[in-house]
Design a binder for this molecule. Structure first.
Ligand code: HEM
Length: 258
């Protein structure tokens, strides 16, 4: 077949392929350029306006809670010593707040208001700002096992202080639940008539008292681990005082892990 006899469509095909290829490359280059521009704009706008790892309200609540908890624990030991639950178990006088039970009780009632009101604000803050969802969830059992194994082999990996590891998340959730339980069991012991339904929920007055004591054990156990870890990784302690690094608004544990 001579060149003149080649159908017009067939003659055009290589030329069209060239145009299409060139257009495709052009489109890809434009898309790449666009993505780079978006990244650039995001970087200049998101990083400087990102919130601190621990915003000021959270830090105030944390330290008020720490102080209130210490008052509640040490004054609680003073009250306990007057009417023990485990015979033979007494707390040393040097660790008790208040010289006698009545004085310890006054401290306990004073600290209670700070703990309950501050705790309630912290719960609302955590739920409304999404902090609980972003920082404390999700927790995977396999991650907890991995973090425990690492901790037991003394590998405390905390290079990135903006993310809690699975064990930290679990400990924080346990202590938050223990704090809520302390307020509830405390109310039941304080006003057993007015809160008789709460007393019933805890299996009677002695049941509420025992749960109140066990809650204290959990919180004191948490405190030992918590304070030891924050001293082992001082950058976390410094961050809880100064606020820590600024983090981009859209970054959360949830997004990084899933
Ligand atoms: C008095 C000594 C305390 C010290 C030195 C301390 C230190 C710290 C530090 C450094 C953090 C940040 C951890 C991190 O970024 O890895 C933190 C967070 C936290 N602490 Fe404490 N803490 C103390 C007392 C308490 C007490 C008494 C409680 C409760 C019973 C508590 C509950 C929490 C919780 C729930 C968080 C996580 C807060 C959040 O991110 O929403 N702390 N603490």
């Amino acid at each position: 077949m001579s060149n003149d006899e080649v159908p017009k469509e067939t003659k055009l095909r290589p030329f069209q392929a060239h145009i299409k290829g060139a257009m495709g490359m052009g489109a890809q280059a434009i898309a790449r350029l666009f993505r780079a521009a978006v990244r650039y704009v995001e970087n200049i706008h998101v990083v400087p306006v990102g919130k601190r790892l621990h915003p000021l309200p959270l830090r105030i609540m944390h330290w008020v809670n720490a102080l209130a908890m210490i008052v509640m624990i040490t004054s609680g030991w003073g009250i306990y010593d007057d009417y023990v639950i485990i015979s033979g178990l007494h707390f040393p006088k040097a660790l008790r707040l208040g010289d006698w039970a009545a004085e310890s009780l006054l401290w306990h009632f004073a600290g209670m208001w700070f703990l309950a009101i501050n705790g309630l604000i912290y719960l609302l803050y955590g739920a409304i700002t999404g902090r609980f969802r972003n920082k404390l969830l999700p927790i995977r059992f396999s991650d907890v096992l991995k973090a425990v194994r690492e901790a037991l082999s003394l590998k405390i990996a905390h290079d990135d202080i903006t993310h809690y590891n699975a064990v930290q998340k679990l400990l924080y959730i346990v202590v938050i639940v223990a704090g809520i339980s302390q307020v509830a069991t405390g109310l039941a012991i304080w006003k057993p008539i007015q809160f008789s339904w709460l007393v019933g929920l805890f299996g009677g007055f002695q049941g509420a008292r025992l749960l109140h004591f066990l809650g204290m054990v959990v919180i004191v156990g948490f405190l030992f681990v918590h304070v030891a870890l924050s001293l082992l990784v001082p950058s976390t302690l410094w961050a809880m005082i100064t606020g820590g690094p600024r983090i981009p608004r859209h970054t959360s544990n949830r997004e990084v892990e899933t």
